[in-house]
Ligand binder design. Structure first.
Ligand SMILES: O=P(O)(O)OC[C@H]1O[C@](O)(CO)[C@@H](O)[C@@H]1O
Length: 517
């Protein structure tokens, strides 16, 4: 499955011509050669930070192969000691690939049950503290920078209940998390590659330590990524990553900038990982590609002309008929054929390469995230000083004159619940049917590390609905002046303020009012 026939393109002629012109330009400007030579001027002037030192992902799969035995040693040791569960405590690039592995692979007999916690909602944190047998649980504290408030808060809650040998850290060399791990006596520290940014770290220790501990077939995942890497060295035909990046970039330039994922089982969670890759990489300086994950899939006439559909197709997946109708109606549909969970390495790699190429097409640096810091700063300020009372706003502000290319973002600072999922799916379907707009849905604070960058840095076309609740319980964050309930509320307040500071319509409702929408 390594050749480009694994990607099928149904792109109307007017766009296909632009893609061909772009590919010719890529050949003339030696884009593939320069990418592999790590020439940062593809994206930004020489010397710009976060460019040339963000390209370690190009060959990380080969290097990760060398580390597998070490990760396996940890897994075997834990199994011998009768550990049963492992939980990743991390955000964004430090948690989303493990979450996709977890949802895509079947639980393995020779591994621990894997869980991923990427929330500061006290009910969500308490759920894992209560349901796991903590004496037999490994906590994988994952943070590239080692200083992100969410994983460090989660760590403190778990550390108050579990001994140090039940922890390992995954972090870049020399971070404060590494120092903490050594001081406290964590079982192990695994290093990430400092030349890889968070959202490109899936095939490094951040994605792989949890996957190996869970007993998944990581060697096959890496083989797929290595094959995709070979394909992406091709300077002419047959380079799927180059083609995909050129196509997504040109479609976005032509107004088709809502990249709608339709991923068949068992890869249906692909979108939660790809969302961060696409949104944080491209959503900046007023441009970008908005990833749309887990939206109800409707008939062609429901959609505006701002869509492109990316179908991750697994044989026997049930979406083919609906996608055929979309193609026939003239929507661009790109099909990425996949074999199943072990094919994730190839799919991750092609996606990463494509987004790097799309960055060149869109003339932005895909490796920085200039607007993420604002929401973090506002959160810190609210934690220290309070928010001074925020007006909720009125729902009419969000739907007035709502039509493409606008999009409607729903952001829930809530614990996961089937009921909320169903209610949000209903609201999304209605918005698409009534207004033809693209809709996104994300849990806070997870989406702050993903679509949050696009919200503030991308085109100013978003309408934002924030949903909050009163947690059923609160939970201390040991050694901190804030609790989990005050932290998540400060994150919600900080984000609402940041959106409004950008002049964007942002309204808050309580989860109880979701039924009324
Ligand atoms: O791994 P860290 O350093 O905790 O960061 C988590 C996430 O936060 C960001 O830095 C900003 O959202 C992401 O790029 C990253 O994946």
């Amino acid at each position: 499955m390594s050749d480009v026939t694994t990607i099928e393109a149904d792109v109307p002629e007017r766009y296909a011509d632009a893609v061909q012109t772009r590919l010719r330009r890529a050949a003339d400007e030696d884009i593939v050669g320069r990418l592999w030579r790590r020439d940062g001027t593809l994206w930004a002037p020489e010397g710009t930070p976060e460019v040339t030192n963000r390209l370690g992902w190009l060959d990380i799969a080969e290097r990760s192969r060398e580390e597998l035995a070490d990760y396996e040693q940890l897994r075997d040791e834990l199994l011998r000691e009768n550990f049963t569960d492992a939980i990743v405590l991390g955000m964004g690039g430090s948690s989303l690939a493990p979450e996709v592995f977890r949802q895509s692979f079947r639980p393995a007999e020779n591994g621990l049950r894997l869980h991923v916690l990427d929330s500061t909602h006290p009910d969500e944190v308490a759920k894992y503290l209560d349901k796991l047998d903590l004496s037999k649980t490994l906590a994988i504290v994952s943070s590239k920078s080692g200083g992100t408030i969410e994983p460090m808060s989660m760590y403190k809650a778990f550390a108050a209940r579990m001994p140090a040998p039940n922890f390992v850290a995954v972090t870049d060399p020399g971070t404060s998390l590494e120092t903490l791990a050594n001081t406290k006596g964590f079982r192990r520290v695994f290093h990430g590659d400092p030349d890889i940014g968070g959202r490109y770290s899936a095939l490094s220790a951040f994605g792989l330590v949890p996957a190996v501990v869970a007993g998944y077939d990581v060697a096959a995942v890496l083989d797929g990524a290595i094959t995709a890497g070979e394909e992406c060295r091709s300077e002419s035909g047959g380079n799927g990553g180059l083609w995909l990046g050129a196509a997504l970039g040109e479609l976005a330039r032509a107004g088709r900038n809502k990249l709608t994922f339709v991923a068949d089982d068992p890869l249906s969670s692909y979108g939660v990982w790809a969302e961060q890759l696409v949104a944080e990489s491209t959503g900046k300086h007023g441009t970008g590609i908005l990833p749309i994950a887990d939206e109800p899939l409707l008939a062609p006439e429901a959609y505006g002309d701002d869509r492109v559909f990316l179908h991750v197709a697994v044989e026997g997946g049930g979406n083919a008929g609906k996608l055929r109708a979309l193609k026939d109606a003239g929507h661009p549909v790109i099909t990425l054929h996949a074999l199943g969970a072990t094919d994730l390495g190839r799919i991750f790699y092609l996606s990463e390469f494509a987004v790097a190429v799309a960055g060149w097409v869109l003339e932005i640096n895909p490796f920085d995230q200039p607007n993420v810091q604002e929401a973090k700063d506002n959160t810190s300020r609210v934690l220290k000083e309070g928010s001074g009372g925020l007006e909720p706003g009125t729902l009419g502000e969000l739907t007035e004159g709502l039509e493409p290319p606008a999009y409607y973002a729903i952001m829930g600072y809530l614990p996961y619940s089937e009921e909320t999922e169903a209610a949000v799916a209903r609201v999304r379907q209605r918005l698409i049917e009534q207004h033809k707009v693209a809709t996104t849905w994300g849990y806070g604070p997870r989406f702050l590390h993903s679509t949050g960058q696009f919200h503030k840095g991308g085109p100013k076309t978003g309408r934002f609905l924030q949903i909050v609740d009163e947690p059923q319980q609160d939970l201390e964050v040991p050694d901190e002046p804030f609790t989990f309930a005050s932290l998540i509320r400060a994150q919600a307040d900080g984000d609402l303020e940041t959106l409004r500071n950008h002049g964007l319509p942002a309204v808050r409702i309580d989860v109880k009012d979701l039924k009324e929408l």
